[in-house]
Structures are given as C-alpha cells and as structure tokens.
Design a protein around this ligand. Structure first.
Ligand code: SF4
Ligand code: SF4
Length: 339
C-alpha cells in the first residue's frame, strides 16, 4: 500500500500550509490567519522551504494543506519538487473542489494520496458543517480522483454534531472507492473559538460515547477492506501515555514562517521554530518544546493548558482516564482488526 501521513512513534510528517485562503467557511475550521498569516507562498519560497525540511528528515511524508491547497496555482510544481527532493510520500489534503485542474496536472506516480474532508454521510449532515453543496462537490472529487488513478483517503472530523451519523460512512466509502479512512477528533482551534454557541454545538463527545461508536465503526470499515486510522483520545489509567512532541517528528509550517510541533498550540505564539531568511531557527523560551516533557496525571499537557474542558474529572481524587496525544493514533486493516 502507498504511504501517506503517519501517526506513529518515530514518524516524520511535514504539514505544509501553502496559503490560508479557502473557498469554504467550515464551522470548525482550525485556520487562524491572525496567527498563521494571510499570504500565499510563492513557488520559489515553497521550493526553498521544502528543501530545508527534506534535509532535516530524509524520509518524511509531505502533506500539502491550506486553506485549500488546490487554490495555489503552482501546487503541481511543488508536488514535482517534493518528488525530486526524495520525500517518502506526497499527499494533497483538499475539500474536494480541486481547483486549477489539479487532477490533470499531477500523476499518481507523483501524488500518493488525495485526502478529502467530508463530515457526514449525506448533505443534510455534512453541508451545515462545511457549506452548501460541499457534500456533492467532495464526493464528485473523490470519484474523479479515483477515475484518474489516484488513491483517495477521507477525513471525518467527529464532534457532537455528526457522531450519530458516522456508522453510515463505511458503505459510502466503498461506493466512492476510498482506500483509507481517517477518523479525527474535533479540536477547539481557529477563528471560531470566540463563538460560544458554536463551540457548544461542535463540542467533543464524551469518553463513553467515543468508545461505544468509534472502534466498531473503524472495524466495520476495515472489514470492507479500508485502512482506518483513528485517535484513542482517552487512555485508561494503566495505558502508557506518550507525547508526539518527544517521540515523533511532526512539523506544521504556516505561510508566515511559524513552525509548530503540536497542532493544539496553533492559536498561540508557542511555536518552537521559525523560518527566517530561509533558515530554521529556534524560538525563545517558553515555547511548546519546553512544555512537552511535563508529565501530568491528566495526560496531554497542552489539553491541560489550552483545552481544560477536555480533561478527565477527578472522582474521589482519582482520574479514571488520561487524554492521549492527538498525533499518535491506531491503525487497523482487515487483517489486523480484532476478532
Ligand atoms: S476546507 Fe479546510 S481550510 Fe477550508 S474552511 Fe474548511 S476546514 Fe478551513
Ligand atoms: S497533543 Fe499533547 S501529547 Fe500530543 S504533541 Fe501536543 S502536547 Fe504532546
């Protein structure tokens, strides 16, 4: 199977946001132009930054994102350059609108996966979250990508608004010819975090609901031959906790030059690296890297600082679960799923 983004220990992923502009206004969009910039990187800068990270980690996966990355007129050039630089895999994350005739400007040899974002099994669930007409456009985009010979993955961001419909996804994935399914937990990030009503309606699901719904749906999709990746989110008291900031190499690059190692920090100037004059420089203390080694009973330290709503309640002074790292996930296939 082709490689794509990997959420395991020792993996190296370069999440490269080429621009923050997008044609959609998803209710849970994590992009925050005040923190990430409003500029579109020119192809020469993209080339130099790709080179910078290719030298840092010779076998990283590169994932092009935005905003909507297919709005960038030179995305196909960036893809070809990534191949020349020896990236282990190239993925394009897209909302499915596939601008600039991208399917005809790159080949399946150059792009390992087109990764589509869809948050419901039909328009009545997806479109209120992602925009009118986005279900139709996204599913047509998947079909078109498959017809062109590309592998396709699909990302479903789970919140209270759509968890009840997740179980209807596996048959749709088969119908569309999706190869990989990424179930993702919603994060409270981006411009919409100041909107209390929105935060409430898109809140994370509780532990019991997560455990009741997510693993069975993942197994159902795996039985249909689809590789499924999903976060554990909640760890039992005896399950080991690890922070990807310490055991993996993930870099989230934004057009203003900020480079984060942890996505939860992205609304704050906590980034550990900056690209200045095409050099990668460490930012002054205190930054995210100073926080990763802090061991706390609740698990992920950044949840403690930034998203305390997610923390496990203490019952009789004890916490019955911990919050797992959102960058270390489970992967199941038909052959690995539990009997
Ligand atoms: S498609 Fe992505 S970048 Fe665009 S609004 Fe939706 S979440 Fe944000
Ligand atoms: S989400 Fe938490 S555990 Fe994962 S990298 Fe960030 S700080 Fe570390």
């Amino acid at each position: 199977m082709r490689k794509t983004v990997s959420f395991t220990r020792h993996s190296a992923n370069i999440f490269f946001h080429l621009l923050t502009r997008c044609n959609l206004r998803c209710r849970h969009c994590y992009i925050n132009p005040d923190q990430h910039g409003r500029n579109t990187l020119d192809i020469d800068t993209i080339d130099r930054w790709l080179t910078l990270f290719a030298h840092r980690h010779p076998s990283s996966n590169v994932i092009f994102l935005g905003g909507e990355p297919t709005l960038h007129p030179d995305l196909s050039v960036a893809v070809k350059r990534s191949r020349q630089l020896g990236y282990a895999s190239v993925t394009i994350d897209t909302n499915g609108y596939l601008f600039h005739d991208i399917l005809n400007r790159v080949t399946p040899k150059q792009v390992d996966y087109f990764s589509f974002s869809l948050d419901g099994p039909d328009p009545s669930v997806n479109d209120p979250l992602r925009g009118d007409g986005s279900f139709k456009q996204c599913t047509q985009g998947v079909v078109a990508a498959k017809k062109h010979g590309f592998s396709a993955s699909l990302i479903y961001t789970v919140s209270q608004a759509n968890i009840d419909h997740l179980q209807r996804m596996p048959p749709l994935l088969v119908e569309l010819g999706v190869d990989r399914f990424f179930i993702q937990v919603i994060g409270v990030r981006g411009q919409w975090t100041g909107d209390a009503k929105r935060v409430e309606s898109l809140a994370r699901v509780d532990r019991d609901t997560w455990l009741k719904v997510i693993p069975p749906v993942a197994e159902a999709a795996a039985r249909l031959g689809i590789t499924v990746t999903f976060p554990k989110v909640f760890l039992g008291p005896d399950e080991p906790f690890e922070c990807a900031g310490l055991v993996a190499d993930n870099y989230f690059i934004f057009p203003n030059g900020r480079v984060y190692r942890c996505p939860l920090c992205e609304d704050y100037a906590l980034h550990s690296l900056d690209i200045r004059h095409d050099r990668l420089v460490e930012t002054p203390k205190v930054n995210e890297s100073d926080l990763f080694p802090l061991l706390i009973p609740e698990g992920c330290v950044m949840n403690r600082i930034i998203q305390p709503r997610n923390l496990p309640p203490a019952v009789d002074g004890k916490r019955h679960y911990k919050i797992a790292c959102c960058l270390l996930k489970e992967e199941i296939t038909a052959s690995s799923r539990p009997e």
